[in-house]
Design a protein around this ligand. Sequence first.
Ligand SMILES: [Zn+2]
Ligand SMILES: [Zn+2]
Length: 328
Amino acid sequence: MRAMLLSAPRTSLQESALPTPSPGPDQLLIRVRYCGVCRTDLHVVDGELKDAKLPLVPGHEVVGTVVAKGEHVSDFAVGDRVGVPWLGWTCGRCSYCRSGRENLCDNARFTGYTLDGGYAEYSVADRRYCFRLPAEYPDAEAAPLLCAGLIGYRSLVMAGDAQRLGIYGFGAAAHIVTQIARHQGREIFAFTRPGDEPGQEFARQLGAQWAGPSDAKPPTELNAAIVFAPVGALLPVALAAVAKGGIVVCAGIHMSDIPAFPYHLLWGERAVRSVANLTRQDGEEFLQLAPKVPIRTTIQVFPLRQANEALGRLRAGQVHGAAVLAID
Ligand SMILES: [Zn+2]
Ligand SMILES: [Zn+2]
């Protein structure tokens, strides 16, 4: 099995030959076709997320075909298409699991972080956390739905019914969230890195009412904002842009430190919250919604051996839409 393997944090990925794993009783062995490249992969490779499994195969937007299955698996057959998301396993016993909040499970395992992921020819996954993907989407276009889509959707739900929604950081998740929000009749105000005019144009093409640099004031007060960029300094900026009663949702798994800010930015019942991971319920809801919008993913495909190149482009903000690795 060829895989892009991370053997120590803060290094690049190395191509490596691994034995093909065999599936456990509840697992699927999957021939990976495409795997999305997410900003979280960068945080893992850069060592910003602690306690990654090492050595590790990154990647948590896995689209592939079932080639073998464990003895307890009856809901997937060999040959079925399957999607593997970030949430790879939960304990089912902790207080979070038992209260419908498995995304917060104390013992959760995550694909491409504490479990091997999809930057590889083969991957194993627990079938209870896998999704069937809407038939409308070819494999490559489906990959970004599995994290950018799912967690973007959860972030949008957390933003409530805000009519004027700001989005800071216009990457893979933002390009999907914008389409859902427009479908719901909301107005999107997109903020990109200063100087990223192509990114602003991309946002306008997707229906953003306004797009500009993150240091600009929006033309009108926002009702909520989602911060996808891992930049803590954007949090007080976003708070300053939302109206009284508005919420700022931090959607990334990692963020640089948030600078001190005056209390009046939070005053007026403004709120700040983070979004962590996903539940299977989020996945089911989102994957039903996606073809109805219909969400169309803009992708840039790289071969597996160019995984480092794909991560580098993502780091530099040079990917419009989502980067996807083709595993061939
Ligand atoms: Zn749990
Ligand atoms: Zn992700």
